[in-house]
Design a protein. Sequence first.
Length: 156
Amino acid sequence: MSSINNGLDPRHGYYLEDLKVGMSHEVTHTVTEQDVEDFARICGDYNPIHMDEEYAANTPFGGRIAHGALTASYISAILGNDLPGPGAIFMTLELKFRAPVRIGDTVVAHAEVADINTRRGKVTMAVNCSVGGKVVVKGVAGVMVEKKPAGQVVNP
């Protein structure tokens, strides 16, 4: 996962004035067995659909699937690390889960600036995750972004 910080302070991402509608960023992550185990340990969700292949084989999915929230966390990583980046506050998230993600799948998470409310300091991000070109998660995130401190020049 790389950063698009473009020479900005690595401890602070984009300020509100630096953002433009249409700016976007993607990260790619291949889901591993360890990711699913670690996520279950961290969040406490040990649903056998995620943890037990024998159980999961007898479900409509035909095998284990990764936690939906694990997939959504790749979106969180973009918002916190890259766009808008450090300093942004994740406020809202509305997602639709369209298809399962399995161990071994490579997830491409994408976030794009869809709207900027300069008065409120809020940015709406169109977000999605895909596997093999198929959208598996789609939604909208709301992020509070700090305005540039007085006296700082707005980046072009």
